[in-house]
Structures are given as structure tokens and as C-alpha cells.
Design a protein around this ligand. Structure first.
Ligand SMILES: [Cu+2]
Length: 148
């Protein structure tokens, strides 16, 4: 079979275009004893994050306040998640730009949590303004340092 050069060029051009829009990166975070490594991941909108070595750990974006109410520190319009105990999970593509905080419930007392920054940290100042305390405060400081 013979193909014209222009057709081949068009096919190559189309596949390059396709891969640049479809190829999102996956970023791996490892649970190590009572810490997530890396603690802060900066990703592009549409990328995903996977956690490995999650035996005995949880990834949870839902934080419990002193009065037992719950707060999520994620961008407006984003959806949080809670993994099952011990489950290595991968997020859905994270398309909403901003900062996502999460914690490991069994080890939150030891400060086991992490931060995902998708694109621009649109909601970080709002979270800083809530004056987070304890382990969450430490995570917020790490996020601030990462985007400086
Ligand atoms: Cu843990």
C-alpha cells in the first residue's frame, strides 16, 4: 500500500496532538512508617496521584474538628476522598486547581498527612486564614514553602 506524505504527516500530527492532551502524569506517594513521601506533590491539572505501601494507612481528605464537625481543605468544586484501610489507591484525574490536604487517620496524631498542589494554589490563602493548628498547621507551612 502507498500513502502520500501529506497523509502520513497528518496522522503523525494528529497523534502528537492527541498524546499532549490525553497523556496525564501519575505521581507516586509512598507511605513510610508514619509519613508520606513526598509530603508535598505539585502536579498539573488532570494528573493523578497514587499511594503505595499503604498497609495500615488511610488517605482521607475529611478532617474532624474539635466539635466533631468535618472540614475538607480542598478547592471549591473539587471532590475529596477517603480510602479503605490498607488500600493502595489512585485518585481520579484532579482537574480543579488548588491545594488538597489529606491525612492518615490512624497516624494523624503522629502528623501523618500530605499535600497535593494542582496547578495554582488558588485556595491556600483561604486555608491559611482559618489559622489551622497542630499537624494541619505544619502541612500548611510545607505547602506555603513549596509554592514560594
Ligand atoms: Cu498512616
Amino acid at each position: 500500500m502507498k500513502y502520500g506524505k501529506s497523509l502520513i504527516g497528518a496522522v503523525i500530527g494528529a497523534s502528537v496532538l492527541l498524546s499532549s492532551t490525553v497523556m496525564a502524569a501519575n505521581h507516586i506517594v509512598k507511605a513510610q512508617v508514619t509519613a508520606f513521601n513526598p509530603l508535598v506533590v505539585q502536579i498539573a491539572p488532570g494528573d493523578t496521584v497514587s499511594w503505595e505501601g499503604m498497609n495500615g494507612h488511610i488517605v482521607n481528605t475529611l478532617f474532624t474538628n474539635k466539635d466533631q464537625s468535618k472540614t475538607e481543605y480542598i478547592p471549591e468544586g473539587a471532590t475529596g476522598w477517603t480510602s479503605a484501610m490498607g488500600e493502595n489507591i489512585t485518585t481520579e484525574p484532579l482537574t480543579v486547581e488548588g491545594v488538597y490536604f489529606y491525612k492518615c487517620d490512624p497516624h494523624w496524631g503522629a502528623g501523618m498527612g500530605g499535600v497535593i498542589i494542582v496547578g495554582e494554589p488558588t485556595n491556600l490563602e483561604t486555608i491559611v486564614a482559618t489559622k489551622p493548628k497542630g499537624a494541619l498547621r505544619r502541612l500548611v507551612k510545607k505547602a506555603q514553602k513549596a509554592v514560594k
